[in-house]
Design a protein around this ligand. Sequence first.
Ligand code: E4P
Length: 216
Amino acid sequence: MQIYVDSANIKEIQHAASMGFISGVTTNPSLLAKEDPSTDIRELIKNIHNTVGGHTSVEVISTDTDGMLREADEILSWFPEATIKIPFIPAGLTAVRRLSDQNIPTNVTLLFTANQALIASNAGATYVSLFMGRLDDIGTDSLIALQDTCEIWDAQGLESMIIAASIRTPIHMLECAKAGAHIATVPYKVIMQSMKHPLTDAGLDAFLKDATKIKM
Ligand code: E4P
């Protein structure tokens, strides 16, 4: 399972990318809105893409197909490798089909069921983003939706890549990998939490202390 950073914060993205295991970044309007209001969004997104060098999903904010396609053109003029992130609404699926027919990668977002993911895949989505945390927030077991999706993908041999999104905890990340998601897009904080183990820290402290007693 590949790991993406779910963030629009350049410092977080730079640090995550510097560790060498990040394959991409997903942004959304809410993540961008958390950044300094004076930020030039186009420059920020180009900077994010140059920092990671892999997948970069940029979300459209239009709710009609023509508007989405215009925005896609604009984003692609910033960098041609962009993946266009499109909400799962009927107008969005039309846009996904049009972009897919031009071999432009798309990431269909705001998916909460395996059926939605299946439909997005049939519309030509390159990536389907199934949200975990937001399902758990309303008392619905997100793992069941993800397991259903992965099972359907195996049974049908579908090509779209499954992104587990809305990841809130290291346990989510573990469950996504076990279920067979191709990618998890993970907030920086959860990436750092997933790396932390007290025995790793204590073990390193002991090695460094003992290293002062030996001659190299
Ligand atoms: C990813 O593509 C989504 O934008 C993101 O994971 C949403 O996460 P949230 O539910 O924590 O806002």
